[in-house]
Design a protein. Structure first.
Length: 530
């Protein structure tokens, strides 16, 4: 047992010194891989360089290079942070540097594979680790063109990046946890990964990746399941457009490696402008996503999950009721959308023969509940379900066949921000899970506290035992044949098949059109923002 005054832990690579405050040890900016700079740019992560002496671990490391896009809602909950290409660090919160073998919870941040970090205020691990007597870990990973660009094909292997270096960073972090977390009081044989948006989409990919197998035992997927990916032809198309932007040839590898971070960030912004559909050009977040290269990710994750790729992993997966309201905030054309425009927009995402029936089904279901049925609201509801809820339910259905300990939730708490227009928007759940909610964005008062307690306790119970039932929330039954769902809201409750009319409206629509599977033709036809 290490005394409370002792804040030094010895990792495989060397000793680190953190801080101790109010019963919790915190270590920030601990390297889990070598900085991916110079000749290591676009390479798989390499082991961290060992050091002598004691390395300070009292401040967060720089985050992955990224362009921070303005968003009135997100601006309430984020802070400026230093950026660097050398960003592969993690943070640890632990109640004890001992041999207690506590459950370990590894947080993978979201941000459309283009933004975010493991040191955001909303995902601070202090309250979760203290409340549950667990070890919480958060990580950075490479983003954008530095983390998800396939150059292997177009350069003939001169730059062997698969387009999944960001995911391989996550795998390296999980290996680091396996090899080191016991000295921080954690149990390497009881690791839960949890993440939101691109973090949850990453976990969906990890479930399908042979390299990640055995590195985690449970998973919580918040608003994402691995349904946003690029097929290999789209990955090759993107790298070709990048070379064209810089006026380079496939053999110009030295020039590629010598491009500055600022040049790559500007290229990323320009490619987003080129690839955005006209209606999306104000809100396109990223052109990068994990690439189905046939090796690191052998196939579309959902297809592999259907075949049992994640059978040994217990999962919770869920979504927020109104995800799209946050994501369309910069879409100035949306408020004026009419019926013709609604169908035209949906034609970008779905074959036209499905769009009209889908609109009618959503309008009828919303009307029966007394919900708004305007064209903009129908579009937001369909987009929420196309991108998030339908892929989630398909994965939960598939996983249930292989592992009955599979749980689903629907988050319905509404944000008070911006006059209440956001509703149960994307990312609103994070502050409740970590107990870091901000009154302006999340709300305040006894109901807010109760919801946060319910979600923290459920997540913690699941990390301990694989069953999210807990005293504060009560019993949470698996999804099963009844589609049993925990509805998190002002009064959390179990409900069978909520919003099932909308789910059934997707029954005849091929799986390919839920989520966002990027193909070469879709990128090519939208070049130039047409």
């Amino acid at each position: 047992m290490v005394g409370k005054s002792e804040t030094v832990a010895e990792t495989v690579s060397g000793k680190v010194e953190g801080t101790y405050l109010e019963g919790l040890y915190t270590f920030k900016g601990v390297p889990y891989a070598a900085p991916p700079v110079g000749s290591l740019r676009w390479m798989p992560p390499q082991p961290p360089v060992s050091w002598n002496g004691i390395r300070p671990a009292t401040e967060f490391s720089p985050i992955a290079p990224q362009t921070i896009l303005p968003n009135p809602a997100l601006d309430m909950i984020r802070i400026p942070q230093r950026q660097s290409e050398g960003c592969l660090y993690l943070n640890i919160w632990s109640p004890g540097l001992d041999d207690a073998r506590r459950p370990v919870m590894v947080w993978i941040h979201g941000g459309a594979f283009n933004m975010g970090s493991g040191s955001e205020p909303l995902s601070d691990g202090v309250k979760l680790a203290s409340r549950g007597d667990v070890v919480v870990v958060s990580i950075n990973y490479r983003l954008g063109l530095l983390g998800f660009l396939n150059l292997d094909e177009i350069t003939g292997g001169r730059i062997p990046s698969s387009g999944n270096e960001g995911l391989l960073d996550q795998v390296a972090a999980l290996r680091w946890v396996r090899d080191n977390i016991s000295v921080f009081g954690g149990d390497p044989d009881n690791v839960t990964v949890f993440g939101e948006s691109a973090g949850a989409m990453s976990i969906g990919c990890l479930l399908a990746m042979p390299e990640a197998r055995g590195l985690f035992h449970k998973a919580i997927l918040q608003s994402g399941v691995g349904s946003t990916v690029s097929l290999l032809d789209a990955g090759i198309m993107l790298s070709g457009k990048l070379l064209e932007y810089f006026g380079l040839k496939p053999e110009d590898t030295d020039a590629m490696l010598n491009l500055s971070v600022d040049e790559l960030l500007e290229a990323n912004q320009e490619l987003k402008r080129q690839f955005a559909r006209k209606e999306e050009e104000e809100m396109r977040i990223t052109v990068t996503a994990p690439v189905i290269d046939g090796k690191i990710i052998p196939d579309i994750p959902y297809e592999l999950i259907k075949k049992g790729a994640g059978a040994g992993v217990q999962i919770i997966a869920g979504t927020n009721l109104e995800e799209w309201t946050l994501l369309c905030m910069m879409d100035t054309r949306l408020p004026d959308l009419n019926e013709t425009g609604l169908l035209r927009r949906l034609d970008y995402y779905l074959p036209s023969e499905y769009a009209y029936g889908l609109v009618e089904a959503y309008r009828a279901a919303r009307s029966a509940r007394g919900m708004c049925t305007s064209a903009p609201e129908i579009f937001k509801a369909i987009q929420t379900d196309r991108m998030f809820r339908m892929p989630c339910l398909k994965v939960v259905d598939a996983q249930t066949r292989h592992n009955p300990s599979t749980y689903n939730y629907l988050f319905t708490w509404k944000s008070p921000a911006l006059g209440g227009t956001l509703g149960a928007c994307h990312s609103l759940d994070i502050g409740f899970v970590f107990g870091t909610y901000v009154p302006e964005f999340h709300g305040s008062g006894p109901a807010t506290e109760r919801l946060s307690t319910n979600m923290q306790d459920a997540w913690l119970a699941f990390a301990r035992t694989g069953d999210p039932s807990c005293e504060s929330l009560g019993a949470w039954l698996p999804y099963g044949q009844n589609r049993t769902t925990m509805v998190f809201g002002e009064e959390s409750r179990l409900e069978d098949a909520p919003y099932d009319e909308e789910r059934r409206a997707w029954d005849e629509i091929p799986d390919f059109f839920t989520g966002e599977i990027r193909v070469e033709e879709a990128i090519d036809e939208n070049t130039g923002g047409a």
